[in-house]
Design a binder for this molecule. Structure first.
Ligand code: G4P
Length: 307
């Protein structure tokens, strides 16, 4: 699925993060708990290198709690990494965040060596909401839209704890196809950038395997397991009265219903990838990408430039 999603201003964001990282002790990466692997920005991993990381699995209220635990365990087993689950219902998360960051950089602290923390996340992951909660006010959104020039804000969470906010940043190219679908389903990319029908079909395919009961219940379907994805989508359209002239089912409308319901949590608490699944998708994506780069190189007869 082709997604157009790296506008020019993202380069500015990238530069802003690259500059800030030099004076950063801990990087907070805000992830979507429903798609932790896919919502992690590989560009960020490249920019932040070996800096200690706090992974915040946000919107955990929408995610499958068993899978959130699995993801937290996965991240907590990584070196210099801590992970915690979070959602907007937590009214005072500051102390938990401060404690986790201090544990990651025990040598920083006090007025002479304040802890400098950078918070990053892809668009729509809930960063503004979290920062508003932390500051207790409606902060201006750091610009992830063209025309918003403000690229960084500093938030003082304690006298020796500075949080630097950056605009949401996507990456130039996705090498994991399923990540594209999951990001689109979650709302991380604008709706003009993808086909809702394709996204809904992928989504239904996953839900059928992992959450068949929630799916059947939401749309009053007798059984979903035996049906192919198109048949499930058509059935949802029929049940929802998404019809067009001649009584044909409007699959676009049906797809919009499915995507909306996922985002609103109407399909139950759902996680779209397990750590194992994501690792397998990533390995396959990397292989394909290496082949793509090699092919390009052969065609040009020279080392390929990454685009
Ligand atoms: P961003 O700065 O990272 O781009 O994201 P932002 O805070 O604007 O949040 C994006 C959407 O996600 C908002 O919904 C917000 O309310 C919702 N959100 C943020 N945190 C959580 C959470 O922990 N759980 C759930 N369920 N939702 C969360 P919206 O529909 O775009 O706007 P609105 O309904 O809040 O006006």
């Amino acid at each position: 699925m082709a997604i157009q999603w790296f506008p020019g201003h993202m380069h500015l964001t990238r530069q802003a993060i690259a500059d800030r990282i030099k004076e950063t002790d801990v990087v907070i990466e805000l992830l979507d708990a429903r798609l932790p692997g896919s919502s992690a920005n590989p560009l960020l991993a490249e920019l932040t290198g070996s800096r200690p990381k706090l992974k915040l699995l946000n919107k955990q209220d929408l995610a499958d709690p068993t899978q959130t635990q699995a993801w937290l365990a996965h991240y907590n087993a990584l070196p210099a990494t801590r992970a915690i689950g979070l959602d907007a219902s937590e009214t005072a998360p500051a102390q938990r965040l401060i404690d986790a960051c201090r544990a990651l950089a025990p040598l920083r602290g006090g007025m002479a060596k304040p802890l400098r923390v950078l918070i990053c996340g892809i668009p729509n992951v809930g960063k503004s909401t979290l920062i508003n909660t932390l500051t207790g006010k409606k902060a201006t959104k750091t610009g992830d839209e063209a025309g918003i020039t403000k690229v960084e804000q500093r938030i003082v969470l304690a006298s020796d704890f500075y949080l630097f906010d950056t605009p949401g940043m996507l990456w130039p190219r996705i090498i994991v196809e399923k990540s594209g679908y999951n990001l689109a389903a979650s709302g991380a990319v604008g709706r003009n950038a993808f086909s809702e029908e394709e996204v809904a079909l992928e989504l239904l395919n996953y839900l059928k395997q992992h959450y068949p009961a929630g799916l059947a219940e939401r749309y009053k379907l007798d059984a979903v397991v035996g049906l192919d994805d198109e048949a499930v989508l058509a059935e949802i359209g029929r049940k929802r009265g998404a019809l067009q002239s001649g009584g044909r089912i409007n699959l676009q409308k049906a797809a919009e219903v499915v995507v909306y319901d996922l985002r609103a949590g109407n399909l139950g608490r759902v996680t779209l990838e397990t750590p194992e699944e994501y690792a397998a998708w990533l390995a396959a994506g990397e292989l394909l990408d290496a082949e793509r780069v090699a092919k390009k190189k052969r065609r040009k007869g020279a080392p390929a430039e990454e685009t």
